[in-house]
Design a protein around this ligand. Structure first.
Ligand code: ATP
Length: 583
């Protein structure tokens, strides 16, 4: 018999300032359409032993005031479940948005310990299919006519039923075999209600629970919201697929399903049907005589190209989404979740890889400190940990280095120093770990470091090409990070200390006064000198950039810079000569 466990918390919670805010929040919510969903979520949380959380965010009080009591039902084996298992099971029961939340948390190796990540990874997206009759109306609306107006054949039994969409197999009138992905009817309002709920819970948790603040609940919910918005838009998935296909066009052994735009919109998409064996099906691969080591290398090459060179990557390359085709080619499926990495971030990751491969503790720590950004980190302690970590790998042959494991350890160190990575960077770490994991499962001798080597070489070469320097120079004004990534380590270190207010600058004002005239005099010349130098450097950068007006084939802005620099230089030499060579 379930016990009524909601206790009146409204009186106590409204007594404090934040309590008032909490009450107002839930009152607004309680009066609105989300009450039913609120109750469902509260009940599942209580069932899995999170009654305290329900009370802390004021859910039980709000529901009670609304006349809806929350019952706690005991799951018999609750005591035998670990906390990560309880959270995972609760997420599964709370439905699509929470399943997606769990999948997103699985990418946050910087926030959660491995036992949590392992549990979040188990979250299954497959759910019972809804009947085709429930889908037909929406499908025909989007097609602008009956199903057979677009398809020569359509199998009404889905080949996959995930929480956001169902996938059907069909044939177009022109004979093309296709996969038709249809958004589940009614899913958008449900997700929107969940997002309102999660936003409020996150806001309350962040203000109420200092111990949860470091998990940045509000930022995580924002990330989830952005990710779900993309997943709900099935045309966006196809745009991602086409962008990745264009970036990987030169990789002949990689297939990205073609998109049939005539039948693609926000609620459905039609893609080339991919027939093959998922990389997760090892027995199937062996039976088909697949060349597993070559598949492992191809997968890693494609993954690293997306990460290191394109900065736009498939963020969920689990073995079910990568299909082996005849001739040991690979196809990628499911572009719902993608990540983006700026050039500066890519350089940081490559520096980290380079540091790991060369076992250079200083370089590894430098990247980690860059990632820490403005957060206060005990640099000495971190450096000591990195030294010990790198020492541990001393003498290990390159081929035996497990970069994925090393990255996981780095994530653990960051976690211990309370450094939270930007979401895309955390996703990238996760993708690299997955690539190595999949590679090793296919081929126990798979050597990720060797696969990374050409990328490191190319990146180092391209990083200091005149064109890349010019591009960074152009962007530097608006993006300090870009600039910082190209500054020497020590200067970056100093700037970090300055930013964090950890550096004292001692000026001897009296002595400065005594030499005031001299300083002012020299400073003028110094300023002119700096301006002239800047003009020379600036114009040489502009000279290397294509585009803009030209005169006799030379860029006008670059020429103006050089002329200005020449006049300034002559004037500077003249003033120095007149003042007797300076004091
Ligand atoms: N182009 C395709 N060709 C063949 N099968 C496909 C294609 N696209 C999707 N599928 C099938 O549908 C399944 C689900 O597709 P997809 O992964 O894109 O959907 P999803 O809603 O993102 O699901 P999940 O989150 O579980 O990966 C795939 O695992 C695959 O079996």
């Amino acid at each position: 018999m379930p016990a009524i466990s909601a206790t009146p918390t409204a009186t106590s919670s409204t007594s404090s300032a934040w309590g008032t805010e909490r009450a107002v929040l839930w009152e607004t919510l309680g009066a609105a359409r989300d009450l039913g969903r609120l109750q469902e979520v509260a009940r599942v949380l209580m069932r899995y032993g999170f009654g305290d959380l329900v009370r802390r965010v004021g859910l039980s009080g709000a529901l009670e005031r609304a006349g809806r009591l929350v019952r706690s039902e005991h799951v018999a084996e609750l005591a035998t479940l670990t906390p990560p298992e309880r959270v995972r099971r609760a997420f599964e029961e709370m439905g699509p948005s929470f399943v997606k939340l769990g999948q997103l948390l699985a990418t946050r190796v910087d926030l959660f310990a491995p036992e949590w990540i392992a549990e979040f990874e188990k979250l299954q997206n497959q759910v019972p299919a809804v009947d085709f009759e429930a889908v037909r109306g929406q499908l025909e609306d989007d097609l602008g006519g009956p199903v057979d107006s677009a398809f020569a054949w359509f199998d009404e039994t889905p080949i996959a039923a995930a929480s956001i969409a169902q996938v059907y197999r069909a044939r177009l009138k022109d004979g093309s075999e296709v996969a038709v992905k249809v958004r589940r009817p009614g899913i958008r309002p449900l997700v929107e209600a969940d997002m309102r709920l999660l936003q409020r819970m996150a806001r309350i948790l962040e203000s109420e629970s200092p111990e949860l603040r470091r998990y940045q609940p509000q930022a995580l919910v924002r990330q989830l919201q952005a990710s779900l918005a993309r997943e709900l838009d099935l045309a966006a998935e196809c745009r991602h697929a086409e962008r990745i296909a264009a970036n990987l066009a030169e990789e002949a052994a990689l297939v990205v399903p073609r998109v049939y735009w005539d039948h693609t919109c926000e609620r459905m998409n039609v893609q080339q049907f991919i027939e093959g064996i998922p990389l997760g099906d090892q027995d199937g691969l062996r039976a088909a005589g697949a060349d597993l080591p070559s598949l492992a290398r191809l997968g890693a090459r494609v993954g690293m190209k997306m990460l290191f060179e394109d900065g736009f990557f498939h963020a969920d390359p689990h073995p079910g989404n990568v299909i082996r085709l005849e001739g040991d080619r690979l196809a990628l499926l499911d572009f719902g979740m993608v990540g983006r990495l700026s050039e500066a971030r890519r350089h940081q990751v490559l520096d980290l890889f380079d540091g790991l491969v060369r076992r250079d503790a200083g370089q590894v720590a430098e990247v980690m400190l860059d990632w820490a950004g403005d957060e206060r980190v005990d640099e000495t302690a971190l450096q000591a940990e990195v030294d010990a970590f790198i020492d541990h790998y001393h003498g290990v042959p390159l081929g035996d280095l497990r970069l994925g494991n090393m990255l996981t350890e780095i994530a653990a160190m960051l976690r211990e120093h309370a450094v939270v990575l930007p979401a895309d960077l955390a996703m990238m770490v996760k993708v690299l770990v997955t690539l190595e994991g999949v590679g090793r499962r296919l081929d126990p001798g798979f050597d990720m470091a060797s696969e990374a080597a050409p990328f490191l070489r190319r990146a180092m070469l391209s990083r200091y090409s005149p064109r890349a320097i010019a591009r960074r120079g152009r962007r530097a004004a608006g993006d300090t990070l870009e600039l910082l990534s190209s500054l020497p380590g020590q200067l970056r270190h100093t700037l970090r200390a300055l930013r964090q207010g950890r550096m004292n600058v001692n000026l001897d004002v009296e002595r400065l006064k005594a030499f005031g005239d001299q300083v002012a005099h020299s400073a003028n010349r110094l300023t002119v000198g700096i301006v002239v130098a800047a003009l020379i450097i600036g114009s040489s950068i502009v000279m290397t950039v294509e585009g803009g007006p030209t005169l006799l084939g030379l860029p006008v802005f670059g020429l103006l810079g050089f002329v200005g620099a020449a006049i300034g230089g002559v004037w500077l030499v003249w003033t120095i000569w007149r003042s007797g060579g300076g004091r």
